[in-house]
Design a protein around this ligand. Sequence first.
Ligand SMILES: Cc1cc2nc3c(=O)[nH]c(=O)nc-3n(C[C@H](O)[C@H](O)[C@H](O)COP(=O)(O)OP(=O)(O)OC[C@H]3O[C@@H](n4cnc5c(N)ncnc54)[C@H](O)[C@@H]3O)c2cc1C
Length: 353
Amino acid sequence: MADVVVAGAGMAGLVAAARVRELGAEPVVFEKGDRPGGSMVLSSGVVWRYREWERFRAECPGGDETLQRLVWERLDDDLAWLESLGAPVVRRETGNPLTTGLRFDPKGLADTLAHRADDVRLREPLVELPETPGILATGGFQGSPGLVRSYITPEASNLVLRANPWSAGDGLRLALGRGAERSAGMDEFYGRNLAAAPRISAGGFVPLAQVYARHARVENLLGESYEAGTWSEIDVVQWTARQPKARARYVVPDEALNEQVGDRTVADAIEAARDAGASVQTREGTTRVEVVAGITTTLGGIRVDERARAAEELYAAGADVGGISTGGWSSALAAALVLGKLAAESALEDAVS
Ligand SMILES: Cc1cc2nc3c(=O)[nH]c(=O)nc-3n(C[C@H](O)[C@H](O)[C@H](O)COP(=O)(O)OP(=O)(O)OC[C@H]3O[C@@H](n4cnc5c(N)ncnc54)[C@H](O)[C@@H]3O)c2cc1C
C-alpha cells in the first residue's frame, strides 16, 4: 500500500515521487501515457526565475503573491537538489538577461527522476481519488478541446497542441470534485506561434516556433493588427488563439531579418517555416509568414495554498496548479519543481499524522 499516490509522471509528479521516496516513504505514480516525462521531455529544459522579485511581480501582476514568493525563494535550492540527484545540466544560464536558472537535458532529467521515483505505472491513468494522500500533477487541460473552448477560445479546434497529448484536465476535474477551487487566469495559457505548416509533430515544437513578433507587423487573416507587448510574446500567442482559425501573419521588413532571436536569427526561423511548407511570401521588401497558435500549458487551474494543498488530503503541483503566472509568463518547469517538492513534503505530513 502506497503512502502517497501521485497522478502524472511529468516534471511535477516525478519530482514529488522522488522527494517522497527520499524522505523514506512509498510513492506510487500513475501515468496515463505510454512513457514517463510528460511535456517535460519535449521541452527545452530551461528551469528559471526572474532575477529580481519586483520584475516577477511586474511581469505576472495577477499571480498569487504567496505562490510566486515560494517559487522565487526556493528555486535555487531546489535546482541544487535536482542536480544532486544526478539530473544532467547542459547550460548554467538561460540566455535571457532578465532571468537566471539552469538548462537540463530533458531526457536525462526525466530518466533521473523516473529512476528515483521507481514505482511508475504507465498507461494507468488516475481516474478517481485515492484514500491515501494524493498529489495531482496531470499537467493542465490544454489537451481537452472542450475545456480549452469553454475557458480560453472558441477557436480551440484550430489550435496546435504543442505538448504531450494526455493532459486533458483530469487533475482539475478530480480536485473540483473534492471541493477545490479554480485559480485566477483560467483563460490564460503559455504557448508559441508556430509556422503554419501542413503537419506539425513534436519534433517541430521548438524549431517551428516563430518568436519575432516584436520585429514584425502582426495581423490576423482579416488584416487587423496587433502590437506585441511582452518579451516572451505570450500576449501575441494568446491574441492569435482568439483570431479567426487561430492564425496570424507576421509581416517582416528586410532590415529585421538579421535580428537575433534566442540562438538564431529571424531569417533562420523563417527558413525553418519555409522548409516545413508554411506559407512564406517575399515581396516589396517584406516577408509574410503565416503562423498558427500552439498551446503548451494552461496557466489557470487548481487553486492551492502555501503548502500546495488543494483540498482535504489533496495536493497539486505543476501545470495543474493555476494562478502563478497570471498576466504574463514565468517558468512552468520551475513552478513544477518547487511545488512538486513541497506537495510531497505536505502530503507526507498528512500520511504520518
Ligand atoms: C516544446 C516545449 C518547450 C518547453 N520549454 C520550456 C522551458 O524551457 N522552460 C519551462 O519552464 N517550461 C517549458 N515548457 C513547458 C513545460 O514543459 C511544462 O509546462 C511542464 O512539463 C509542466 O509540468 P507538469 O508536471 O505539470 O506536466 P507534464 O510534464 O506534462 O506531466 C504531466 C503528466 O501527467 C500525465 N497525466 C495526464 N492525465 C493523467 C491522469 N489522469 N492520470 C495519470 N497521469 C496523467 C501526462 O500523461 C503527463 O505525463 C515547454 C514545453 C514544450 C512542449
